[in-house]
Design a protein around this ligand. Sequence first.
Ligand SMILES: *[C@@H]1O[C@H](CO)[C@@H](O)[C@H](O)[C@H]1NC(C)=O
Ligand SMILES: *[C@@H]1O[C@H](CO)[C@@H](O)[C@H](O)[C@H]1NC(C)=O
Ligand SMILES: *[C@@H]1O[C@H](CO)[C@@H](O)[C@H](O)[C@H]1NC(C)=O
Ligand SMILES: *[C@@H]1O[C@H](CO)[C@@H](O)[C@H](O)[C@H]1NC(C)=O
Ligand SMILES: *[C@@H]1O[C@H](CO)[C@@H](O)[C@H](O)[C@H]1NC(C)=O
Ligand SMILES: *[C@@H]1O[C@H](CO)[C@@H](O)[C@H](O)[C@H]1NC(C)=O
Ligand SMILES: *[C@@H]1O[C@H](CO)[C@@H](O)[C@H](O)[C@H]1NC(C)=O
Ligand SMILES: *[C@@H]1O[C@H](CO)[C@@H](O)[C@H](O)[C@H]1NC(C)=O
Ligand SMILES: *[C@@H]1O[C@H](CO)[C@@H](O)[C@H](O)[C@H]1NC(C)=O
Ligand SMILES: *[C@@H]1O[C@H](CO)[C@@H](O)[C@H](O)[C@H]1NC(C)=O
Ligand SMILES: *[C@@H]1O[C@H](CO)[C@@H](O)[C@H](O)[C@H]1NC(C)=O
Ligand SMILES: *[C@@H]1O[C@H](CO)[C@@H](O)[C@H](O)[C@H]1NC(C)=O
Length: 746
Amino acid sequence: MLASLVLFLALGLQQCWAQNSRSCPAVTQHLTDPPYDNYFYSNCNSDSQVVVTSPLPDSNLTIIGPRFIVAWPAGASGICTFFQPQNGPNGSLAIELVNSTLGSPLGPVYRTSSNSDNSFVGVQGVLAFNSSATLTVPILGSIRTIRDFTEGPSLLRPVIQDAVNITRSNGTGATISRLWLDNVTTTSFTLVPYQNPGSNITINQRNKTVSFGAGFYAFSASFNYPQLTQLPPSQVLNSASQNLIDQRPDQTTSLSFLSYTEKLLAGAWRFLTYFGRDSMISALLLEPVLSQGNGSATEAVIGAVLERLNRSDGSVCHEETIGDYATYLNLENNITSTSPGFTYPMIDTDYYLTVLMAQYFNTSPSRVGPLLNRSAGSIDVQNRNLTYQALALINAQKIMNITAAFAQNQIAANLIHLKPDEIVGQWRDSTYGLGGGRIPFDVNTALVPAALRAIGQLARTPGVFPNSTSTSSWRTLADRRAQIWEENALQFFETNITASTARSRLQNFANTATFYDGPANASSLPSSGNITTYAIALNGYNNLSSVNVQHSDTGFRLFFVNASASTPEAAAQETRFINATANSLIRSFPAGLMTPQSIIVANPALSGSDVLIANFTNAAYHGCVIWSFQLSMMAKGLERQLARCDSTNTTSAASATPAWCSDSSVYNNVLLAYNTLWDSIEANSAQLQGEVWSWRYNNRTGNFTTLPLGVLPPPPGVSAGTESDIRQLWSLTFLAVTRNQNLTVV
Ligand SMILES: *[C@@H]1O[C@H](CO)[C@@H](O)[C@H](O)[C@H]1NC(C)=O
Ligand SMILES: *[C@@H]1O[C@H](CO)[C@@H](O)[C@H](O)[C@H]1NC(C)=O
Ligand SMILES: *[C@@H]1O[C@H](CO)[C@@H](O)[C@H](O)[C@H]1NC(C)=O
Ligand SMILES: *[C@@H]1O[C@H](CO)[C@@H](O)[C@H](O)[C@H]1NC(C)=O
Ligand SMILES: *[C@@H]1O[C@H](CO)[C@@H](O)[C@H](O)[C@H]1NC(C)=O
Ligand SMILES: *[C@@H]1O[C@H](CO)[C@@H](O)[C@H](O)[C@H]1NC(C)=O
Ligand SMILES: *[C@@H]1O[C@H](CO)[C@@H](O)[C@H](O)[C@H]1NC(C)=O
Ligand SMILES: *[C@@H]1O[C@H](CO)[C@@H](O)[C@H](O)[C@H]1NC(C)=O
Ligand SMILES: *[C@@H]1O[C@H](CO)[C@@H](O)[C@H](O)[C@H]1NC(C)=O
Ligand SMILES: *[C@@H]1O[C@H](CO)[C@@H](O)[C@H](O)[C@H]1NC(C)=O
Ligand SMILES: *[C@@H]1O[C@H](CO)[C@@H](O)[C@H](O)[C@H]1NC(C)=O
Ligand SMILES: *[C@@H]1O[C@H](CO)[C@@H](O)[C@H](O)[C@H]1NC(C)=O
């Protein structure tokens, strides 16, 4: 099965009329990735995404069943309904959205009510069922509650499910509704026979299911909760990039769907809310095209991060908990409150803020005052009475505090570790994402030195930090410290294995891996000498001192660090690093990271560890799978490093030309890697805006086939597979990251 992304985009001709009769045009988008069909609908009143899942003939029916989701950014809210065939076997029921007088296929719901401060908004349309069906499980409220069911071990919470009511509506229809724990908001899902004479939905009150015959049913999905204000494409993009709206309407429409005045959202449908890491990485990669200034997308990102910053320790918020899930978590703590929650489990997220601020104020120095003088507190009341400047300072102080020990004494114990009570801490935030490692590569070799360089720059920028002896000392101290981290952290992750060891490990992988039974591609390894790789983290599960999977986090160092070596040893280390990184991109899987679906984010084939091979599979969220933003960051990182070799390039004047630039074998290898990567990016253009994708190898044909991650059974020990978002904020960064034709090899 080929996962195809077909796109129809329509600036809706249909208009809905708001309360005051002002025109309210709709923007719609249809994206398919079988077995998933995605529909987006935005107008002046609300923003909705609908995901219809219908099994394909070759679907694994344990994983893929008929499912209908409506997801809303406001409150990260949604509705999820699962269907079963009433009589036929699993797999015999198919569902789809069809065009009708109610919408093409979606239309708006907008209803005011005297009992509610907020209007009821959402979407309507017609669903077609090919056979009689039962709606078995309705989940109404928060997307987090839905994800607890779809991603957890099918978790349903009585306090949520017991509040679901089913009532008769329009004579033969049914309305499923639930009052949120806030006692104010109601989510409703109505199904009514549509051009379906004789059909009468049966309501089973005892088990809260509804059953009905084959045919068409009008649906309406709505809720009354305060809505966000979407930024139209013209406001998300800077004035120089407005042409993208016509050139790449699909991508700019998606970017707009994820962009709001108060924050940018990480992805649709599973992450329709604030995520610190996602929004800052996106803003960094999108910089050439993203709007700047008052009310801009860039300030929405920086403002969202500062508003949610932990004032007591300077940590940047990973995820916010809002809407019904916030009230639910408060209730779990015996607190009656709808106040949002802010989580701080990550260690990487702290470091992106100063890098983003340094980049922004470098191009928009006039925004230092207006942005940093703003008062916080509109999102997290804890931060009331603090300015953005004060919050940014606390974050910089935290970074200066926790990077001091390693600057004094370069031992592994002084590297940055995951928080003691967390098993995740950076972007590979699944149980096996780091193989249990406690000291991640990206944070220590890239993000820490980049944040220190940024603090140095911000300290030298008038008005960013308040004047004090400590902030003035950062003007030189931060860069000195960055240099120490740049030159001394990498060695803890470096590993050499001999070519013969690598070959035998590789062959063992090809012989034993459960998810790959093709050739080892050993010829791409050198015939003698050493192969250098970099551990993804140190101190892994099963007493592994380092988690030696090949990985794409090398791209963080290329993108974030311009290491200018102060010693010959540091220069040689940098040469080994960029050459090894280029090799890992050029070598075909399983010898390296390159597959026909582009570079995978982790590959255990050279690890020699059965436990790593068993867990880093092509079904693992952070295993042998492809993440779009890693391609984007790697491509931009290689381009940045290659630019430093160009002595005519004025931007490279600030940092010395690296030694490897004049080693033609290394330079040409890096150039080859850049072009090999871009060839693979272009070959996979249909997937690029998605979050993550996978593949299956067919030993008979020797072919790799692209697969949605969600259709694969989960790896061992994981309770459910992971479904990819059809659109992810940081996967839209190819709007700004494009192939540099000057680097083409002829
Ligand atoms: C439904 O309507 C949309 C918008 O007019 C159109 O693009 C699409 O082709 C229609 N679908 C079908 C199956 O007719
Ligand atoms: C239900 O009936 C009302 C009143 O006749 C009508 O306006 C509405 O469109 C119907 N709803 C559905 C979903 O058929
Ligand atoms: C659900 O039913 C209960 C009991 O009849 C009622 O008090 C409540 O208001 C209903 N909730 C909704 C959302 O209809
Ligand atoms: C909602 O109402 C219930 C019942 O009156 C009450 O126990 C609960 O505290 C209320 N919740 C909130 C968030 O006000
Ligand atoms: C639909 O079914 C319900 C319950 O079985 C019954 O009360 C109602 O009269 C039926 N309506 C129609 C229009 O047949
Ligand atoms: C729910 O109850 C109805 C009526 O008692 C029954 O026919 C149906 O099988 C039940 N459905 C489920 C999913 O339990
Ligand atoms: C909430 O209250 C219940 C009942 O008093 C108690 O068992 C539980 O431990 C409390 N939970 C928290 C988080 O305090
Ligand atoms: C913020 O300042 C106002 C006025 O000075 C004061 O009333 C309020 O308690 C302060 N809020 C916080 C959270 O410190
Ligand atoms: C940084 O360290 C200083 C001195 O120990 C301390 O006063 C301050 O609270 C720390 N700040 C943060 C954000 O950790
Ligand atoms: C901070 O220091 C700079 C340079 O030393 C000086 O120009 C500036 O006026 C000072 N600002 C304040 C608010 O004291
Ligand atoms: C790996 O080998 C190179 C020489 O090829 C050497 O310079 C480097 O120190 C070695 N790294 C480690 C961690 O042993
Ligand atoms: C289908 O999924 C189930 C549940 O994950 C898994 O156990 C089973 O092996 C899968 N079947 C096939 C043919 O992949």
